[in-house]
Write a protein that binds this ligand. Sequence first.
Ligand SMILES: [Zn+2]
Length: 380
Amino acid sequence: MSRLTIYRPEIIETETGARLQAVFTSNGREETMWYEVEKKYQGYLTVERADAFLVGLFLFAFKNGEDIEVLAPISKRLYYTLNKYLLPLIADIRGIKEIKIHCDQIVEEVLPSANAVGTGLSCGIDSFSTIYHHLVEDCPEDYKITHFTFFNVGSNGGLGGEKARQLFKKRSDLVRPCANELGKELVTLDSNISEILQLGFYETHTYRNMSACLALQKLFKVYYYSSSYSLKYFDLKPNSCGHYDIFNMSMLSTENISLYSSCPHHTRVEKTRMVSNFEPAYKYLNVCLVDGENCGGCEKCVRTLFTLEVMGKLNEFSTVFNLENYYQKRQNYIAKVIANHKSNEYMKEIYDELVKNDFKVPMYSKLAANYLKIKNLVLN
Ligand SMILES: [Zn+2]
């Protein structure tokens, strides 16, 4: 059986920053994977371990049906959890051949760390609710967020390339003022992991993001990865790793870093409520599916705005959304919520909130909802 071999990582300086990189061979080809940060974070790049590369590349090894050989030290805990739990589980739920990790340098000593507490700053609902939960609500001092991150590992374009890199830079600049206002550092990290993997982002986002965290194990002792699905919807879905992030986080933690799937039991409506009480969000919330400022009219904008309206918080967000577009879509959206709340989880959450708050449904939406219900009946 051929193997994917990961060689010892090294740090090199580039024009734009400092890179942690490692050569690997797979299927007879040699490539270099890298993670780049600003020079001032160079000292935190974890060159002593190949953990980041191992987590970043195991899906690639699965793709090629190769065992992984690591010719550098890796965390003993990670070696154990991947071989004994995570890799067999992934093979099983995806219906693919099992692979194993081979390494004769497994180590457990804890590396010196700045003991920082990090989380991604995307300025979306999940990101802001994690921040609210760990900065505004009661939280032990050691678990309060000290640093924000913004990674280029797929969220700016799952297959990477220059377009994704430009978008990463643009979005980093957009979230930086928010980090400044909250008085925290923003650690940006670029990587060529997307170009290498050539896999869909939705099915792989957890492993990509956590590999970036593992490249910075000497900076973070705790890291919160904002969950996008409530634990209530836990599911071992072959194409959605986010549905079992609570398990992934425990399996990807090491002696140096504890990873958490944050706000796992909160529903979207509950998260939106937290964000609606968080003043910095009035200036920086960004949920739009269209790039740039919130359009107010796309599905995510309308869903968020209607939830805020039901909570009586629409005015607070009037400067970061185009409300004219929202008002054009609003009545039809309310009709959809009423018509589909029994079959759609998100809509059910919003519908329950609407009933609880005694929200006055416009006559047009009531009629349109009846029409949609009849149409559904006829079509089904
Ligand atoms: Zn939008």
